[in-house]
Design a protein around this ligand. Structure first.
Ligand code: FAD
Length: 408
């Protein structure tokens, strides 16, 4: 017998759960909603953690998904610092870290992702950071204060964004990465060469086609105690530094889902159908853990982006209320390299055989349309040069348009 009951249990305190709560109320749901999240803070937007918040331009309040007071006003019970330890999908009960057992009618699993950690010699030295939460950004900002040089490991969004932000804070930054150019895996070589040029123009050193072999403390060869003083690469290079920030990917946090016996997918997430229903009765999933049958892409996808998590939280909420609608929102993503470049992307393209460029890829604003067999699979817009709505419509339609059908 549970200690108490809730109509809807939202598990995880990120954007997906927060948007599910908002959608339930906006759709007129009057039943009880309980959100349990592990972190100290109410749900907040993570993107500022590598951008404005890291640079000190945005506050924690600015980053909140809902302003303080919203939860009470909306009659949504918010339990921060509370983990769901176990889920019994047969009995429809959840055990909380507070020892309370809660019975639920429907549940949303939105436990997000965890950073991937490097396991190389010296990985435990002081001054090596990972970034997932606002608290990590606080630590990094404090810790790099005394460092003149910082190495950012990883050439994806986090590595590139953090490199830009720390440069704005007066640090000399090196990006060390496996790719030749930053953001190449996401956007291809042409766009990536431009992003590299933007970062280099602001003094960032790019060390591509290489990776970390070990971190060393001040005494050469010492990797097991003290503070990081240099990064030694597999390619034989050495970068002296006072701090390191690693952005080497994330992995979906499916620990609770696995323990609860939910079906997991090949992409590492919780396997869902097109309605975002998991394999358990009345349990939905959304956000970074959600691996779903996408009616837009005609394949299974799992995406780690803020707007996607928000949109999936909304879809799951509507389906809890009986909408029985597939999640058909074309995934949208944004990123900023400080104030130097703002980019938006719709897609994602699993593969493409043609890039159609609009605008000035070597200088000003530009867009790249990614086509496969004449069909638009994705579009990257830098500086607002591309029509995101039009691209989303073309991606969703799946109709062949060819290069001539790409908007000017
Ligand atoms: C530094 C950074 C910058 C980013 N920048 C961008 C960007 O510019 N653009 C973009 O589109 N995306 C960006 N992202 C990605 C985006 O933030 C994520 O896709 C999004 O936060 C996913 O939301 P979510 O609700 O699925 O999970 P999360 O935000 O990870 O939230 C899940 C929460 O659930 C908690 N939790 C886990 N297990 C349990 C449990 N058992 N019980 C209770 N709580 C639990 C976790 O602690 C976490 O607080 C960025 C991410 C990071 C880390």
């Amino acid at each position: 017998m549970a200690d108490r009951d809730t109509d809807i249990l939202l598990i995880g305190g990120g954007i997906a759960s927060a948007m599910a709560a908002a959608t339930l109320r906006a759709e007129g749901f009057e039943g009880s909603i309980l959100l349990a999240g592990r972190e100290l803070d109410p749900p907040y937007h993570r993107p500022p953690a590598s951008k404005g918040y890291l640079r000190g331009h945005e506050s924690k309040d600015d980053a909140l998904v809902h302003p303080s007071g919203w939860w009470e006003e909306q009659g949504v019970e918010l339990l921060t610092r509370t983990s769901v330890m176990a889920l019994d999908t047969g009995a429809r009960t959840a055990k909380l870290s507070t020892k309370e057992e809660v019975g639920y009618g429907q549940a949303l699993l939105a436990t997000g992702a965890m950073v991937r950690r490097l396991s190389v010699d010296g990985a435990q030295l002081d001054g090596i950071h990972y970034l997932r939460a606002l608290g990590n950004a606080d630590t990094i900002r404090g810790d790099v204060d005394g460092a003149e040089r910082v190495v950012c490991v990883g050439g994806s969004y986090i590595g590139s964004e953090v490199a830009a932000s720390l440069t704005e804070l007066g640090k000399r930054v090196t990006i060390l990465m496996q790719e030749a150019h930053p953001l190449e895996r996401q956007f291809g070589a042409r766009a990536a060469a431009r992003f590299r040029a933007i970062l280099e123009a602001h003094g960032i050193e790019i060390a591509g086609d290489d990776e970390v072999e070990r971190f060393e403390a001040a005494t050469p060869g010492v990797c097991d105690a003290g503070r990081v003083a240099r990064v030694v690469t597999k390619g034989g290079r050495t970068f002296e530094c006072g701090a390191v920030v690693c952005g080497v990917g994330a992995q979906p946090d499916v620990m609770l889902a696995r323990r609860a016996g939910l079906a997991l997918g090949d992409l590492g997430g919780v396997r869902c159908d097109s309605r975002l229903r998991t394999s358990a009765e009345q349990v939905f999933a959304a956000g970074d853990i959600c691996e779903y049958d996408s009616v837009v892409h005609g394949r299974v996808v799992r995406i780690e982006h803020e707007e996607v998590a928000a949109a999936q939280g909304a879809t799951a909420a509507r389906n809890m209320l009986g909408a029985d609608a597939p999640h058909d929102v074309v995934p949208y993503f944004f990123s900023d390299l400080s104030d130097w470049a703002s980019l938006e992307y719709v897609g994602p393209a699993a593969a493409w055989d043609e890039e159609v460029v609009r605008g000035d890829v070597d200088g000003g604003a530009f867009a790249i349309w990614y086509l496969e067999g004449g069909r638009v699979r994705a579009m990257l817009s830098v500086g607002g040069a591309g029509d995101v709505d039009r691209a989303s419509a073309l991606i969703a339609s799946g109709e062949p348009v060819g290069a001539t059908g790409v908007p000017a």
